[in-house]
Each structure stands twice: as structure tokens, then as C-alpha cells.
Design a protein around this ligand. Structure first.
Ligand code: ATP
Ligand code: MG
Length: 377
């Protein structure tokens, strides 16, 4: 079901005092100088999903701050969403400057961040992901988990449950371990971990199929390999019960080793996603900067294309920060055509209006300068 933003409103968000943009479901390209507020606007949209948004920032950093002010003000981002032929009003932010938790409202009612997935599913690509293949495995896990989350909103809760139990087990192992308590924590890790590994394996499998369909696109295609033991087990057809019990056993057996190492040496928090460029037959890390960028983009587009066909779930909205600037003109045109063909709403940024020449008349052009937005179409 097509999901898109009809109107967006920002209050005290980053450098924006107040801003409003009404794309009415159309795609948007934002251009303007460095520091104009382009990424900030995408970040605001990324808060319509669980977590810390596309910058992974602490919530107190996000509210508008004058130079020298230690904490930001209370902030809000709200939007009218079009979902099929239904409209809904959503909002998120901090009600008080010192609040530790982000509030979410749907149609004026308090909701959980994960409830937003019933209406809107933001997916993003930012310059921070330019180094994805050179970064440590944790960054690729986070990237993959975000792709899974766009399809499976429950994935985020399993991920945080796993992390919490993992940290608690680590603390317990460092102190005076109580075996019954350890077993309880390991059971929680095994339950959440089995679902994490299975979610990743299922998404990678679906992405492989989707990437194979994308042969004619001018983006480099990725071969994906999950290297973690638990993801491999899921990929080879083991069911949740089998993975859960094998993981619980492995954790119980690894207690002394993990206590000595000061961290858990086994589990889905150790898995990695290896990516190879199919056409070049090279690991992604050995490709050029532009090629790496196009590889990641192709992964995001493959997932978006897959989800654009979902009938019962909202289709994703794409937040593509500075993506156009890194693509050659052929790939840039292919990106614009694909967004249009998939009928997805995308928000694209770039410093130069020229980059979006081919989008004029097909998307809403917005000039950003000093956190002021002017529609230019
Ligand atoms: N909490 C905050 N309060 C006030 N201003 C902030 C806050 N956080 C960030 N800013 C400011 O917001 C401005 C706009 O940042 P943004 O990242 O959106 O720029 P941009 O248009 O994406 O620029 P670039 O082209 O360089 O990527 C920056 O000058 C930054 O200092
Ligand atoms: Mg930016």
C-alpha cells in the first residue's frame, strides 16, 4: 500500500525554529548550500521509525540549541501521512527539554515508535554509509538490521532485547555469576538471537532474488554472504526452535571463556555481511568509492523495490542524502526513473540544483538556505 508524506512540520528541530513542507505525496529534491538544513530535514523524517534517527544522535542533541547551550529544547516533528486512501496524523519528539524518551503520537493518541511502521517506513542512505564496506562489522550489521526492519517491524524489538540481555549477561559474568540467573538471560538471548539471525537470513535471501531481477539496471550488483554461524544456520533451513536451543547451549558452554574474554564470543552480535561485486568479482571493499556507493544504493533499492509490491504493509519512503552527487549522469537518471517506476516517495538532497534537472516537473523542488525552505517548482 503506497505510503507517503502529505505535509511535514518541524518545531525546534536542529537549526529549524519552525518549518512546514507540503509535498502532498510527491517526491522532493532539496538543494542549497552546506549547513542549509537538508540533512536535518531527512533526519526529522527518519524519526518516524524506532531508534535514534539517521544520525544515531542522542535525543538532547536534536532539539534546537543556541551556541554554548548544553541541551537542546523540546522538539517536535509531525506529519500528515497518506496511506492508500486513508490519511493519518503522526508526531514525535520530546515534550520537555530534559526528557529521556521520545514520545510518539498517532491521531493524537500516545503510541510506541514501532507502531509508526503501520503507517510509514523510512529507509535511508547517507554519506556515513560511504564507508560501509571498510567499516567494522557492527556498522554492516546495523545497516542490514535496518533493511530487515523496513520489512519486519518486530525486528527492532528483538535486536534491543538481545542487546540488553547480552549486556546483562556480561555484567553478571564479571561479578559473582548466579547460574539460574545466567540461564534466564541466556534463554532471552537465545530467543531474541534466533529471531535476529532468522530475520537477517530471510532478508538476505529475498534480496538475492531481487538483485537477480535487477540485472538490467546500471548499478553494480552485490553477492551477499552472511558469515555469522547463526545466520548461516538459519539460511540453511534450521527453524527457530533449533537455532534457539543451539544458541542457548552454546552460550551456557561458553560462560568461562566469555568471562575470561570479558565479552561474549558467540552469538548474532558477531555476525557480518560480506558483500562482493558480482560483475567485477571483487570484495566490495576493493571497489572504487563511487562503485561502493552504487553497490549500497543497489541494496537499498532492491529492498525498496521488493517492499514497493507489498499490498498489506506501507511501502517505504526513501531518504537519500547526497546520493545524486556521487552518481554519474546515467546512474543518476536510472535512480530517478526507478523511484518513479516504483511509485515511491523519495526525499533527495544535494548542494547543486543542476543535479536534479531531470527531476523537474516530476518531483517538488525545494531550496533550503539557513533552515528556510522555499518551494521552487
Ligand atoms: N541542535 C541544533 N541546534 C541548532 N543548530 C543545529 C543543531 N544541530 C545541528 N545544527 C545546525 O544545523 C545546520 C544544518 O545542518 P545540515 O546537516 O542539515 O546541513 P546540510 O544542508 O545537510 O549541509 P551539507 O550540504 O553540508 O550536508 C548546521 O549548521 C548545524 O550546525
Ligand atoms: Mg547534509
Amino acid at each position: 500500500m503506497r505510503s507517503a508524506i502529505s505535509e511535514l512540520r518541524l518545531t525546534e528541530f536542529r537549526a529549524y525554529t519552525q518549518a512546514r513542507l507540503a509535498p502532498e505525496g510527491r517526491s522532493v529534491f532539496l538543494f542549497g548550500p552546506n549547513g542549509a538544513g537538508k540533512t536535518n530535514l531527512l533526519e526529522a523524517l527518519s524519526f518516524f521509525s524506532p531508534g535514534r534517527g539517521l544520525r544515531g544522535s542522542a535525543l538532547a542533541e536534536v532539539g534546537r540549541r543556541a551556541p554554548g547551550e548544553p541541551v537542546g529544547r523540546a522538539w517536535a516533528v509531525s506529519a500528515d501521512v497518506i496511506l492508500g486512501d486513508h490519511r493519518a496524523r503522526i508526531g514525535t519528539g520530546l515534550e520537555g527539554a530534559g526528557d529521556l524518551r521520545r514520545r510518539v503520537r498517532i491521531e493524537g493518541e500516545t503510541a510506541a515508535p514501532s507502531d509508526l511502521a503501520e503507517l510509514l517506513r523510512p529507509m535511508w542512505l547517507t554519506p556515513a554509509q560511504d564507508r560501509l564496506f571498510l567499516d567494522p562489522p557492527s556498522e554492516r550489521r546495523r545497516f542490514l538490521d535496518r533493511l530487515v526492519l523496513a520489512a519486519e517491524p518486530g525486528h527492532g524489538a528483538w535486536a534491543s532485547d538481545y542487546e540488553k540481555a547480552l549486556r546483562e549477561r556480561g555484567r553478571l559474568l564479571a561479578e559473582q555469576p548466579d547460574p539460574a540467573w545466567l540461564s534466564a538471560l541466556e534463554a532471552r538471548m537465545a530467543k531474541a538471537g534466533a529471531r535476529l539471525a532468522t530475520g537477517r537470513a530471510d532478508t538476505v535471501e529475498a534480496l538475492r532474488t531481487e538483485i537477480a531481477l535487477r540485472e538490467s539496471r546500471p548499478f553494480p550488483r552485490a553477492r551477499l554472504v552472511l558469515t555469522g554461524a547463526w545466520e548461516r544456520m538459519a539460511g540453511e533451513g534450521a527453524d527457530l526452535v533449533q537455532i534457539e536451543s543451539a544458541l542457548a547451549d552454546a552460550l551456557a558452554q561458553g560462560r568461562a571463556r566469555d568471562a575470561a574474554a570479558g565479552r561474549a564470543l558467540e552469538g548474532p552480535h558477531r555476525g557480518d555481511l560480506a558483500v562482493f561485486d558480482i560483475d567485477k568479482d571483487r570484495p566490495a571493499a576493493e571497489c572504487s568509492t563511487g562503485e561502493q556507493k552504487a553497490l549500497v544504493l543497489n541494496l537499498v533499492l532492491a529492498q525498496a523495490a521488493r517492499l514497493s509490491r507489498a499490498e498489506s504493509a506501507p511501502t517505504p519512503i526513501l531518504l537519500l542524502d547526497e546520493v545524486a552527487a556521487h552518481l554519474d549522469p546515467i546512474r543518476r537518471a536510472a535512480l530517478f526513473d526507478e523511484i518513479e517506476a516504483l511509485a515511491l516517495q523519495a526525499f533527495l538532497t544535494g548542494t547543486d540544483e543542476q543535479l536534479f534537472e531531470a527531476l523537474k516537473g516530476r518531483a517538488m523542488g525545494v531550496h533550503a538556505e539557513a533552515s528556510r525552505l522555499t518551494v521552487r517548482d
